[in-house]
Design a protein around this ligand. Structure first.
Ligand code: NAD
Ligand code: TYD
Length: 339
Protein backbone atom coordinates (compact mmCIF):
# COMPACT_ATOMS: atom_id res chain seq x y z
CA UNK A 1 0.00 0.00 0.00
CA UNK A 2 1.01 3.61 -0.46
CA UNK A 3 0.41 5.43 2.83
CA UNK A 4 0.40 9.20 3.41
CA UNK A 5 1.43 10.19 6.93
CA UNK A 6 0.84 13.87 7.71
CA UNK A 7 2.65 15.48 10.65
CA UNK A 8 5.51 13.02 10.01
CA UNK A 9 8.21 15.30 11.48
CA UNK A 10 6.47 15.61 14.85
CA UNK A 11 6.60 13.31 17.85
CA UNK A 12 4.01 10.64 17.10
CA UNK A 13 4.04 11.01 13.30
CA UNK A 14 7.80 10.34 13.21
CA UNK A 15 7.48 7.37 15.53
CA UNK A 16 4.76 6.09 13.20
CA UNK A 17 7.05 6.42 10.18
CA UNK A 18 9.66 4.28 11.95
CA UNK A 19 6.97 1.80 12.98
CA UNK A 20 5.82 1.41 9.35
CA UNK A 21 9.34 1.17 7.91
CA UNK A 22 10.39 -1.44 10.49
CA UNK A 23 7.24 -3.56 10.55
CA UNK A 24 5.28 -3.18 7.31
CA UNK A 25 7.81 -4.04 4.63
CA UNK A 26 5.27 -4.12 1.77
CA UNK A 27 4.18 -0.55 2.31
CA UNK A 28 5.54 2.61 0.73
CA UNK A 29 5.30 5.72 2.90
CA UNK A 30 5.07 9.39 1.95
CA UNK A 31 5.51 11.82 4.85
CA UNK A 32 4.03 15.32 4.65
CA UNK A 33 4.78 18.09 7.14
CA UNK A 34 4.84 21.88 7.23
CA UNK A 35 7.87 21.84 9.57
CA UNK A 36 6.34 24.22 12.09
CA UNK A 37 8.24 24.84 15.35
CA UNK A 38 7.22 21.29 16.35
CA UNK A 39 8.42 19.58 13.17
CA UNK A 40 12.03 18.51 12.95
CA UNK A 41 13.59 16.90 9.89
CA UNK A 42 16.52 15.70 11.98
CA UNK A 43 14.11 13.22 13.53
CA UNK A 44 13.61 11.64 10.10
CA UNK A 45 17.33 11.45 9.21
CA UNK A 46 17.36 7.64 9.27
CA UNK A 47 13.94 7.27 7.61
CA UNK A 48 14.98 9.44 4.67
CA UNK A 49 17.67 6.88 3.78
CA UNK A 50 14.98 4.24 3.20
CA UNK A 51 13.89 3.69 -0.42
CA UNK A 52 10.37 3.11 0.93
CA UNK A 53 10.09 6.62 2.41
CA UNK A 54 9.78 10.04 0.86
CA UNK A 55 9.38 13.41 2.61
CA UNK A 56 7.31 16.23 1.14
CA UNK A 57 7.23 19.64 2.81
CA UNK A 58 3.81 21.27 2.80
CA UNK A 59 0.91 22.62 4.78
CA UNK A 60 -2.31 20.61 5.14
CA UNK A 61 -4.35 23.82 4.80
CA UNK A 62 -2.80 24.54 1.38
CA UNK A 63 -5.47 23.11 -0.91
CA UNK A 64 -3.49 23.43 -4.13
CA UNK A 65 -0.39 21.66 -2.79
CA UNK A 66 -2.45 18.96 -1.11
CA UNK A 67 -4.51 18.27 -4.24
CA UNK A 68 -1.42 18.11 -6.46
CA UNK A 69 0.14 15.59 -4.08
CA UNK A 70 -2.98 13.43 -4.02
CA UNK A 71 -3.33 13.58 -7.80
CA UNK A 72 0.29 12.50 -8.29
CA UNK A 73 0.56 9.84 -5.59
CA UNK A 74 -2.87 8.13 -5.59
CA UNK A 75 -2.62 7.03 -1.95
CA UNK A 76 -4.28 3.90 -0.61
CA UNK A 77 -4.43 5.33 2.91
CA UNK A 78 -4.14 8.75 4.56
CA UNK A 79 -3.27 8.99 8.26
CA UNK A 80 -3.63 12.50 9.64
CA UNK A 81 -1.30 13.20 12.57
CA UNK A 82 -0.64 16.83 11.55
CA UNK A 83 -1.88 19.26 14.17
CA UNK A 84 -1.05 22.02 16.54
CA UNK A 85 -0.83 19.93 19.69
CA UNK A 86 0.14 21.96 22.75
CA UNK A 87 -2.67 23.06 25.10
CA UNK A 88 -0.70 25.97 26.61
CA UNK A 89 -0.02 27.44 23.17
CA UNK A 90 -3.71 27.09 22.26
CA UNK A 91 -4.61 29.17 25.32
CA UNK A 92 -2.22 31.94 24.18
CA UNK A 93 -3.30 31.93 20.52
CA UNK A 94 -6.17 29.70 19.34
CA UNK A 95 -6.25 30.82 15.66
CA UNK A 96 -3.60 28.53 14.24
CA UNK A 97 -5.21 25.61 16.09
CA UNK A 98 -8.51 26.22 14.36
CA UNK A 99 -6.84 26.65 11.00
CA UNK A 100 -4.62 23.58 11.07
CA UNK A 101 -6.68 21.19 13.13
CA UNK A 102 -10.09 21.90 11.61
CA UNK A 103 -9.55 23.42 8.16
CA UNK A 104 -6.46 21.27 7.53
CA UNK A 105 -8.47 18.13 8.22
CA UNK A 106 -11.20 19.35 5.89
CA UNK A 107 -8.67 20.04 3.12
CA UNK A 108 -7.21 16.55 3.44
CA UNK A 109 -10.67 14.95 3.40
CA UNK A 110 -11.73 16.93 0.33
CA UNK A 111 -8.61 15.80 -1.52
CA UNK A 112 -9.16 12.23 -0.37
CA UNK A 113 -12.72 12.36 -1.71
CA UNK A 114 -11.66 13.93 -5.00
CA UNK A 115 -8.96 11.33 -5.64
CA UNK A 116 -11.02 8.47 -4.15
CA UNK A 117 -8.59 7.43 -1.43
CA UNK A 118 -10.11 4.21 -0.03
CA UNK A 119 -9.18 4.82 3.59
CA UNK A 120 -8.65 7.85 5.85
CA UNK A 121 -7.63 7.75 9.49
CA UNK A 122 -7.96 10.75 11.79
CA UNK A 123 -5.66 10.77 14.83
CA UNK A 124 -7.60 12.42 17.62
CA UNK A 125 -7.24 12.69 21.38
CA UNK A 126 -9.00 11.74 24.60
CA UNK A 127 -9.07 15.48 25.41
CA UNK A 128 -12.23 15.78 23.28
CA UNK A 129 -14.12 14.18 26.18
CA UNK A 130 -13.14 16.93 28.63
CA UNK A 131 -12.09 15.75 32.07
CA UNK A 132 -13.17 13.41 34.86
CA UNK A 133 -13.39 14.11 38.61
CA UNK A 134 -10.59 12.87 40.87
CA UNK A 135 -13.06 11.36 43.35
CA UNK A 136 -14.71 9.03 40.81
CA UNK A 137 -11.96 6.55 39.86
CA UNK A 138 -14.67 4.25 38.51
CA UNK A 139 -15.37 6.66 35.61
CA UNK A 140 -13.47 6.35 32.33
CA UNK A 141 -13.90 7.70 28.79
CA UNK A 142 -15.66 5.32 26.42
CA UNK A 143 -16.37 5.99 22.75
CA UNK A 144 -19.91 7.09 23.72
CA UNK A 145 -18.83 9.62 26.36
CA UNK A 146 -20.18 13.00 25.19
CA UNK A 147 -17.74 15.47 23.64
CA UNK A 148 -17.16 18.21 26.22
CA UNK A 149 -14.03 20.22 25.51
CA UNK A 150 -12.03 22.53 27.79
CA UNK A 151 -9.24 24.16 25.78
CA UNK A 152 -9.04 25.70 22.31
CA UNK A 153 -6.81 22.71 21.43
CA UNK A 154 -9.36 20.10 22.46
CA UNK A 155 -12.20 22.10 20.89
CA UNK A 156 -10.33 22.19 17.59
CA UNK A 157 -9.65 18.43 17.69
CA UNK A 158 -13.30 17.72 18.58
CA UNK A 159 -14.45 19.94 15.70
CA UNK A 160 -12.29 17.94 13.32
CA UNK A 161 -13.76 14.70 14.67
CA UNK A 162 -17.29 15.98 14.12
CA UNK A 163 -16.37 16.97 10.59
CA UNK A 164 -14.90 13.52 9.88
CA UNK A 165 -18.09 11.90 11.19
CA UNK A 166 -20.21 14.28 9.10
CA UNK A 167 -18.23 13.33 5.96
CA UNK A 168 -18.75 9.63 6.78
CA UNK A 169 -22.49 10.07 7.15
CA UNK A 170 -23.08 12.55 4.32
CA UNK A 171 -20.66 11.34 1.65
CA UNK A 172 -20.03 7.76 2.75
CA UNK A 173 -16.43 8.89 3.39
CA UNK A 174 -14.33 5.84 4.43
CA UNK A 175 -12.81 7.13 7.66
CA UNK A 176 -11.97 5.95 11.16
CA UNK A 177 -11.03 8.01 14.23
CA UNK A 178 -8.81 7.09 17.17
CA UNK A 179 -8.66 8.93 20.49
CA UNK A 180 -5.53 8.25 22.49
CA UNK A 181 -4.42 9.28 25.95
CA UNK A 182 -1.13 11.13 26.70
CA UNK A 183 1.88 9.67 24.87
CA UNK A 184 5.51 9.67 25.98
CA UNK A 185 8.71 8.36 24.40
CA UNK A 186 11.52 9.34 22.01
CA UNK A 187 11.34 12.54 19.92
CA UNK A 188 8.70 14.30 22.03
CA UNK A 189 9.11 18.08 21.83
CA UNK A 190 10.49 19.39 25.15
CA UNK A 191 7.50 21.68 25.79
CA UNK A 192 5.45 18.68 26.97
CA UNK A 193 5.52 17.48 30.59
CA UNK A 194 7.89 14.49 30.51
CA UNK A 195 10.67 15.78 28.19
CA UNK A 196 10.46 19.25 29.73
CA UNK A 197 11.01 17.84 33.21
CA UNK A 198 13.87 15.61 32.01
CA UNK A 199 15.60 18.55 30.27
CA UNK A 200 15.16 20.92 33.23
CA UNK A 201 16.31 18.33 35.76
CA UNK A 202 19.46 17.62 33.74
CA UNK A 203 20.21 21.36 33.68
CA UNK A 204 19.42 21.71 37.44
CA UNK A 205 16.68 24.20 36.50
CA UNK A 206 13.35 24.52 38.41
CA UNK A 207 10.69 21.98 37.42
CA UNK A 208 7.46 24.01 36.93
CA UNK A 209 4.53 21.95 38.20
CA UNK A 210 1.13 23.55 37.51
CA UNK A 211 -1.15 24.05 40.53
CA UNK A 212 -0.54 21.34 43.10
CA UNK A 213 0.47 18.69 40.57
CA UNK A 214 -2.58 16.56 41.40
CA UNK A 215 -3.93 16.39 37.84
CA UNK A 216 -4.01 12.88 36.46
CA UNK A 217 -3.03 11.77 32.96
CA UNK A 218 -3.24 8.27 31.46
CA UNK A 219 0.21 7.64 29.93
CA UNK A 220 0.91 5.38 26.96
CA UNK A 221 4.28 4.57 25.37
CA UNK A 222 4.27 6.08 21.88
CA UNK A 223 5.00 2.83 20.03
CA UNK A 224 1.87 1.29 21.55
CA UNK A 225 -0.12 4.19 20.10
CA UNK A 226 1.46 3.57 16.67
CA UNK A 227 0.58 -0.14 16.80
CA UNK A 228 -3.01 0.76 17.71
CA UNK A 229 -3.32 3.32 14.88
CA UNK A 230 -1.97 0.74 12.45
CA UNK A 231 -4.54 -1.83 13.58
CA UNK A 232 -7.42 0.65 13.30
CA UNK A 233 -6.22 1.81 9.88
CA UNK A 234 -6.07 -1.78 8.56
CA UNK A 235 -8.91 -3.53 10.41
CA UNK A 236 -11.09 -0.90 12.13
CA UNK A 237 -14.70 -0.50 11.00
CA UNK A 238 -15.37 2.49 8.74
CA UNK A 239 -17.22 5.27 10.57
CA UNK A 240 -16.11 4.07 14.01
CA UNK A 241 -14.21 5.70 16.85
CA UNK A 242 -11.61 3.72 18.85
CA UNK A 243 -10.25 4.85 22.20
CA UNK A 244 -6.59 3.98 22.87
CA UNK A 245 -5.08 3.81 26.35
CA UNK A 246 -3.31 1.41 28.65
CA UNK A 247 -4.85 1.96 32.11
CA UNK A 248 -1.88 3.89 33.39
CA UNK A 249 -3.20 6.85 35.35
CA UNK A 250 -0.63 8.93 37.21
CA UNK A 251 -0.58 12.27 39.01
CA UNK A 252 1.77 14.85 37.50
CA UNK A 253 3.64 15.29 40.77
CA UNK A 254 4.38 11.55 40.94
CA UNK A 255 5.76 11.55 37.39
CA UNK A 256 7.99 14.52 38.19
CA UNK A 257 9.29 12.90 41.38
CA UNK A 258 9.97 9.67 39.51
CA UNK A 259 12.00 11.51 36.86
CA UNK A 260 14.04 13.25 39.57
CA UNK A 261 14.67 9.95 41.32
CA UNK A 262 15.79 8.22 38.10
CA UNK A 263 18.16 11.09 37.32
CA UNK A 264 19.48 11.32 40.88
CA UNK A 265 18.32 14.94 41.23
CA UNK A 266 16.80 16.54 44.37
CA UNK A 267 13.05 17.17 44.83
CA UNK A 268 13.95 20.72 45.82
CA UNK A 269 14.01 21.45 42.06
CA UNK A 270 10.21 21.14 42.01
CA UNK A 271 8.53 24.57 41.80
CA UNK A 272 4.76 24.90 42.01
CA UNK A 273 3.62 27.56 39.55
CA UNK A 274 0.32 29.22 38.59
CA UNK A 275 -2.11 26.65 37.26
CA UNK A 276 -3.01 26.32 33.57
CA UNK A 277 -6.31 28.10 32.73
CA UNK A 278 -9.18 25.60 32.51
CA UNK A 279 -6.79 22.79 33.50
CA UNK A 280 -8.39 19.35 32.96
CA UNK A 281 -8.29 17.36 36.19
CA UNK A 282 -8.18 13.76 35.07
CA UNK A 283 -8.11 11.70 31.88
CA UNK A 284 -8.73 7.95 31.83
CA UNK A 285 -9.39 5.78 28.80
CA UNK A 286 -11.49 2.65 28.65
CA UNK A 287 -9.82 0.67 25.83
CA UNK A 288 -12.29 -2.26 25.86
CA UNK A 289 -13.50 -1.71 22.30
CA UNK A 290 -10.09 -1.73 20.59
CA UNK A 291 -8.89 -4.66 22.66
CA UNK A 292 -12.01 -6.76 22.03
CA UNK A 293 -12.55 -5.85 18.35
CA UNK A 294 -8.96 -5.53 17.16
CA UNK A 295 -6.98 -7.50 19.74
CA UNK A 296 -4.85 -4.49 20.73
CA UNK A 297 -3.19 -4.38 24.13
CA UNK A 298 -0.32 -2.15 25.25
CA UNK A 299 3.03 -3.91 25.27
CA UNK A 300 5.25 -1.48 27.21
CA UNK A 301 4.62 -1.04 30.94
CA UNK A 302 5.17 2.49 32.27
CA UNK A 303 8.01 1.33 34.54
CA UNK A 304 9.95 0.19 31.44
CA UNK A 305 8.76 2.93 29.09
CA UNK A 306 9.86 5.77 31.34
CA UNK A 307 13.34 4.26 31.73
CA UNK A 308 13.62 3.80 27.94
CA UNK A 309 12.46 7.40 27.48
CA UNK A 310 14.88 8.89 30.00
CA UNK A 311 17.72 6.83 28.48
CA UNK A 312 16.76 8.11 25.03
CA UNK A 313 16.91 11.76 26.17
CA UNK A 314 20.26 11.09 27.83
CA UNK A 315 21.65 9.45 24.68
CA UNK A 316 20.22 12.10 22.31
CA UNK A 317 21.11 15.35 24.01
CA UNK A 318 22.07 17.16 20.77
CA UNK A 319 18.55 16.52 19.39
CA UNK A 320 16.76 18.36 22.21
CA UNK A 321 19.54 20.78 23.18
CA UNK A 322 19.38 22.29 19.69
CA UNK A 323 15.63 22.77 20.16
CA UNK A 324 15.79 24.39 23.58
CA UNK A 325 18.59 26.72 22.61
CA UNK A 326 16.74 28.17 19.60
CA UNK A 327 13.35 29.82 19.11
CA UNK A 328 12.00 27.71 21.98
CA UNK A 329 14.02 29.71 24.53
CA UNK A 330 11.78 32.73 23.79
CA UNK A 331 8.63 30.62 24.23
CA UNK A 332 9.91 29.27 27.54
CA UNK A 333 10.58 32.76 28.87
CA UNK A 334 7.11 33.94 27.79
CA UNK A 335 5.28 30.90 29.18
CA UNK A 336 7.16 30.47 32.45
CA UNK A 337 8.95 33.78 33.09
CA UNK A 338 6.19 35.40 35.13
CA UNK A 339 4.37 32.31 36.35
P1 NAD B 1 3.61 17.42 17.50
O1 NAD B 1 3.23 18.82 17.83
O2 NAD B 1 4.83 16.82 18.07
O3 NAD B 1 3.73 17.26 15.91
C1 NAD B 1 2.82 17.84 15.03
C2 NAD B 1 3.44 17.83 13.63
O4 NAD B 1 2.46 18.39 12.72
C3 NAD B 1 4.69 18.68 13.52
O5 NAD B 1 5.69 17.98 12.81
C4 NAD B 1 4.24 19.91 12.72
O6 NAD B 1 5.27 20.47 11.91
C5 NAD B 1 3.13 19.31 11.88
N1 NAD B 1 2.16 20.35 11.45
C6 NAD B 1 1.59 21.31 12.24
N2 NAD B 1 0.79 22.08 11.48
C7 NAD B 1 0.85 21.59 10.21
C8 NAD B 1 0.23 21.95 8.99
N3 NAD B 1 -0.61 23.00 8.91
N4 NAD B 1 0.49 21.23 7.88
C9 NAD B 1 1.35 20.17 7.94
N5 NAD B 1 1.98 19.79 9.07
C10 NAD B 1 1.72 20.49 10.19
O7 NAD B 1 2.32 16.55 17.87
P2 NAD B 1 2.22 15.03 18.35
O8 NAD B 1 2.31 14.99 19.82
O9 NAD B 1 3.10 14.20 17.50
O10 NAD B 1 0.70 14.73 17.98
C11 NAD B 1 0.34 14.15 16.72
C12 NAD B 1 -1.16 13.94 16.68
O11 NAD B 1 -1.57 13.09 17.75
C13 NAD B 1 -1.97 15.23 16.85
O12 NAD B 1 -3.05 15.18 15.97
C14 NAD B 1 -2.42 15.20 18.29
O13 NAD B 1 -3.65 15.89 18.45
C15 NAD B 1 -2.59 13.71 18.52
N6 NAD B 1 -2.42 13.22 19.90
C16 NAD B 1 -1.29 13.53 20.62
C17 NAD B 1 -1.13 13.02 21.90
C18 NAD B 1 0.12 13.31 22.70
O14 NAD B 1 0.19 12.90 23.86
N7 NAD B 1 1.13 13.94 22.15
C19 NAD B 1 -2.12 12.21 22.45
C20 NAD B 1 -3.26 11.92 21.70
C21 NAD B 1 -3.39 12.43 20.41
P1 TYD C 1 1.14 18.24 28.64
O1 TYD C 1 2.35 17.40 28.44
O2 TYD C 1 1.12 19.64 28.15
O3 TYD C 1 -0.09 17.39 28.03
P2 TYD C 1 -1.69 17.66 28.13
O4 TYD C 1 -1.94 19.02 28.63
O5 TYD C 1 -2.12 17.50 26.70
O6 TYD C 1 -2.21 16.58 29.03
O7 TYD C 1 0.80 18.28 30.20
C1 TYD C 1 0.60 17.10 30.95
C2 TYD C 1 0.21 17.51 32.34
O8 TYD C 1 1.33 18.16 32.97
C3 TYD C 1 -0.93 18.52 32.39
O9 TYD C 1 -1.76 18.23 33.52
C4 TYD C 1 -0.24 19.85 32.59
C5 TYD C 1 1.00 19.48 33.39
N1 TYD C 1 2.18 20.33 33.15
C6 TYD C 1 2.87 20.91 34.25
O10 TYD C 1 2.49 20.72 35.41
N2 TYD C 1 3.96 21.69 33.99
C7 TYD C 1 4.40 21.93 32.72
O11 TYD C 1 5.40 22.68 32.55
C8 TYD C 1 3.72 21.32 31.62
C9 TYD C 1 4.16 21.53 30.21
C10 TYD C 1 2.62 20.52 31.89
Amino acid sequence: MKILVTGCAGFIGANHIYYLLDNCKDDEVVGFDALTYAGNLETLETAIKSPRFRFVKGDITDRETVEKLFEKERFDVVINFAAESHVDRSIEDPSVFLRTNILGTQTLMDAARKYEVPRFHQVSTDEVYGDLPLDRPDLMFTETTPIHTSSPYSASKASADLLVQAYCRTYGFPATISRCSNNYGPYQFPEKLIPLMIANALADKPLPVYGEGLNVRDWLYVEDHCIAVDKVMRHGKIGEVYNIGGHNEMRNIDIVKLILEKLGKPESLITFVTDRKGHDMRYAIDPTKISEELGWLPSTAFADGIVKTIDWYLANKPWWERIISGEYAKYYEQMYGSR
